[in-house]
Ligand binder design. Structure first.
Ligand SMILES: Cc1cc2nc3c(=O)[nH]c(=O)nc-3n(C[C@H](O)[C@H](O)[C@H](O)COP(=O)(O)O)c2cc1C
Length: 217
């Protein structure tokens, strides 16, 4: 009986150590594979590796490492100019496009859009992806309206927790630069890193700007 019990204990110990040896590499493999473009898998993979991040996952806070694995290109475009830039950025970075739209289309665009910016309104929006918070780097594009971002962009910035994320503003305009519109980013997302924005009226400016940010282009 004693002998049988000892044999059983040894088997049990062997089985346990084999099982442990099998799990560890599996966990490490999923951590290094996590910078895949699939947004749904990004968050769970990060959670799984959180207690003991692998060396490959460690420096993932830099834009370079987030590239291709966690880039969202969110934009609102009324007449298509900003959308073209968004598509260019997504093509160069491998990012996922997300269109922001006003839930209720404007009646009199000029009158209503100006009033909602001036009054600090937050019109309801729709966003074409529902996993915005799974991304680490979020481009936010819009046309300049009265030297500001459309009120929809403020709604977007307030709708998610962007703490610890990198927001990258870009715009198109008739002539004004992005500068005057940028204040809402730091006001509404004080815990996000705000990258250098771009007034993207010349498509040739986009690639050098991305390279300057350390993103693939
Ligand atoms: C309501 C409205 C207000 C605008 N205000 C400005 C402005 O203050 N400064 C500017 O340079 N362009 C202004 N524009 C021009 C747009 O920013 C420009 O055409 C932009 O590229 C449009 O982008 P979209 O095609 O993505 O909508 C305005 C356009 C509209 C419709």
């Amino acid at each position: 009986m004693k002998r049988a019990s000892l044999f059983f204990s040894v088997c049990l110990a062997l089985a346990a150590s084999l099982a442990l040896a099998g799990c560890a590499p599996g966990g490490a493999a999923s951590a290094t594979a996590s910078p895949s473009p699939a947004p749904q898998t990004a968050a769970p993979a990060a959670d799984e590796t959180a207690p003991s991040p692998s060396p490959a996952a460690d420096p993932a806070s830099s834009p370079e490492d987030a590239a291709g694995g966690g880039i969202l290109v969110a934009y609102f475009s009324n007449t298509g100019n900003t959308e073209e830039v968004a598509q260019q950025i997504a093509g160069l970075t491998g990012g996922t496009l997300a269109e922001i739209q006003r839930a209720e289309p404007y009646g009199d665009l000029r009158q209503e859009a100006e009033a909602e910016i001036q009054n600090g309104e937050r019109p309801a929006i729709t966003v074409s992806v529902d996993d915005v918070e799974d991304y680490d780097t979020i481009f936010v594009g819009y046309p300049i309206w009265w030297d500001e971002a459309p009120a929809m962009i403020a709604t977007f910035l307030e709708s998610y927790d962007f703490s610890g994320k990198t927001l990258v503003p870009f715009c198109t305009s008739a002539s004004d630069s992005i500068d005057n519109s940028l204040h809402i980013f730091s006001e509404l997302c004080p815990d996000a890193a705000i990258a250098q924005g771009l007034t993207a009226n010349d498509p040739d400016d986009v690639e050098p700007w991305l390279q300057g940010l350390g993103l693939p282009a």
